[in-house]
Ligand binder design. Structure first.
Ligand code: FE2
Ligand code: FE2
Length: 153
């Protein structure tokens, strides 16, 4: 990202990144040894960087907010029972994030569709939603394959 883009990203993200409610995601592991908080920060930065490098004109605020909150489900999904976490958590995250941060429809919809194509019939419907879905997959793949901090026995 250019210096100007970095500055725009910082301004758009700093409130949420510093919010104590968002920091609750530090209590949960997403992949390997990466917390959900760090995962969401990486996804937001990647989504914004993709938007800049592909020169996509979109609602930058909605993109950054949806990305920072896309996994705001606030539980350890490894212990979460029914093996359908992949399908359910976008709706749980959107609902909890809306309660705590009053999302716009565009932000909510981007969060709800971020697991596509797992949620086959509910693809993203905006540029923000597509950027979030792509960034989440890029970051999740990297975390799962290359950043496994736990010792496997
Ligand atoms: Fe997710
Ligand atoms: Fe994610």
């Amino acid at each position: 990202m250019t210096v100007k883009e970095e500055e725009r990203y910082r301004r758009l993200s700093e409130d949420l990144i510093g919010d104590w409610r968002l920091k609750q995601m530090k209590n949960y592991i997403q992949h390997g040894s990466i917390t959900t908080y760090d995962h969401c920060l990486q996804v937001a930065r990647t989504a914004f960087s993709l938007k800049c490098s592909l020169k996509i004109n979109c609602d930058e605020r909605a993109l950054v907010r949806a990305a920072l909150l896309h996994d705001y489900f606030l539980y350890d999904w490894h212990d979460h029972g029914d093996h359908l976490h992949g399908y359910h958590h976008p709706y749980i995250a959107a609902e909890k994030a809306d309660m705590d941060f009053s999302l716009t429809e565009r932000e909510k919809r981007a969060i709800m569709t971020h697991m596509w194509p797992l949620t086959l019939l509910h693809p993203p419907v905006s540029k923000e939603g597509w950027l979030l879905t792509l960034a989440d997959k890029m970051v999740s793949t990297r975390e799962t394959l290359f950043m496994r901090g736990r010792v496997e026995v």
